[in-house]
Design a protein around this ligand. Structure first.
Ligand code: AMP
Ligand code: MG
Length: 426
């Protein structure tokens, strides 16, 4: 079912020169499968890794009803709606301490934040709302609190026997803390996804090499490194590979023998020296798509094999911005799926465009933008200069992608556009 020719048959209804972005994303998502190997890691080492099993809570968190404030714990029934109430202070309970007795009518306990609620108490009045507090008595004005206020319930955060986290969750700082709150020291995570990548092109020089006439430095390997590292992949940087059949074949074979996925840049457009496409086609089942997108129109996707090992292949375009767009909007979701992660959809916000943006219906455009809060407090976005697919500065100066949808036409100044922010708080 998951053969690429089957998948290709699903897109036969589309113009081969303009495969819609959503369709390409869907096909890739259907084709890839997650890694299965699981390793147990010490909690700290599991940061940014993908949880491999549901994590069932062994205890209630918090393990006991406790106070949310510094103040006095009392019986809600003792409060009076219109009259001040003076209660006897029977004891003091600190966080980590406890009160063994049961509170009688007219009594209260001085209590600190996090201290267990004494038996019989259901309410805490914060210290600052009390009057005439002494060692032995305290007065509570009418209306200061309602019965049940300022009490944290046992298990209100996590309940024993229930899943605290689901398999597929990428473990973020809050999750490490949450797992620690359960007293769990080791967690099962999927093994890291191994991704090999190389750049293709006779014109490319690596950093440290002299820049011969007509040549440029390879930048794609560095953006790819950054994007893959951020995603939590183990990376194998294979350098620059010349547009020569033997060199390309050796690189593709080594890549797919050693990695789960192979990402290349360059050589998938219709240039004379693009042996890359031929080589991909020789080694496996690879579809060459012309996607209705800007930038990043040509792309190869499939599975290649060598010596009994195989890997998914993403043949990204060569232009530096196109590489990033194709990575983020085609490879990223697929890699997350291969990592075993369930990825929440990216937050997509609406922002007011500060200027007109020319756009033809019939393709999805990803422009680079700077998102900020306007004077009226609404989100506003400005495009970061020239949007050529080779102009990496447009990406470097941006903090979001402006997504102009397939059917969308030209945007007027003041229109709302969709943006995908690059970075969140985490
Ligand atoms: P190609 O897809 O191989 O035809 O490349 C398209 C454009 O991207 C050409 O101008 C290439 O020089 C440029 N390019 C390809 N690979 C890289 C790279 N690794 N770093 C920077 N520019 C590149
Ligand atoms: Mg090339």
């Amino acid at each position: 079912m998951n053969s690429l020719s089957h998948l290709a048959s699903l897109v036969s209804g589309y113009d081969p020169d303009a495969l819609p972005v959503a369709q390409a994303q869907h096909l890739i998502g259907q084709f890839v499968t997650p890694v299965t190997a699981v390793e147990k890691l010490a909690l700290r080492s599991a940061l940014d890794r993908v949880l491999a099993d549901d994590l069932v809570s062994p205890i209630d968190v918090p393990p006991h009803d406790n106070s949310a404030m510094d103040g006095y714990a009392l019986r809600g029934a003792d409060l009076h709606a219109t009259q001040p109430v003076t209660l006897t202070v029977a004891a003091t309970v600190l966080a980590g301490g406890g009160f063994q007795g049961t509170l009688g009518a007219g009594e209260c306990v001085r209590i600190m934040t996090g201290a267990p609620m004494p038996a019989g108490c259901d309410t805490v009045v914060p210290q600052e709302l009390t009057q005439d507090a002494s060692e032995t008595a305290v007065t509570i004005p009418p209306g200061a609190v309602k019965p049940g206020d300022n009490r944290r319930r046992q298990g209100e955060d996590l309940q024993a026997g229930k899943p605290a986290l689901r398999a597929g969750k990428i473990l973020r700082p809050a999750d490490l803390g949450l797992i620690a709150s359960l007293g769990i020291a080791e967690v099962p995570v999927y093994r890291r996804l191994r991704v090999a990548f190389f750049s293709t092109g006779d014109e490319l020089r690596s950093i440290g090499e002299p820049l011969d006439p007509g040549c440029i430095y390879d930048s794609n390997r560095y953006t790819l490194y950054g994007m893959l590292a951020r995603l939590g992949c183990e990376v194998i940087d294979m350098g620059v590979v010349k547009d020569e059949p033997a060199a390309l074949e050796a690189a593709f074979r080594s890549a797919c023998e050693n990695a789960d996925a192979v990402i290349t840049s360059g050589g998938v457009s219709v240039g004379d020296a693009d042996y890359t496409k031929q080589m991909m086609a020789t080694l496996g089942e690879v579809a060459f798509w012309k996607i209705a997108i800007r930038p990043g129109r040509p792309m190869a996707f499939g599975r290649i094999a060598s010596n009994g090992r195989s890997a998914y292949l993403f043949g990204l375009p060569g232009n530096p911005v196109a590489v990033m767009v194709a990575f983020y909007f085609f490879a990223r979701d697929a890699l997350l799926r291969m990592m075993g992660a369930y990825a929440e959809p990216l937050p997509r916000l609406q922002a007011v465009s500060q200027a007109p943006i020319r756009k033809k219906p019939g393709r999805t455009e990803y422009q680079r933008g700077m998102l900020s809060a306007g004077a009226d407090g609404r989100a506003t976005v400005r495009i970061t200069g020239s949007q050529g697919s080779g102009i990496l500065r447009s990406m470097s100066e941006a903090n979001c992608m402006v997504v102009l949808h397939h059917e969308q036409g030209t945007v007027n100044a003041g229109d709302l556009v969709e943006v995908v922010p690059f970075d969140g708080l985490l």
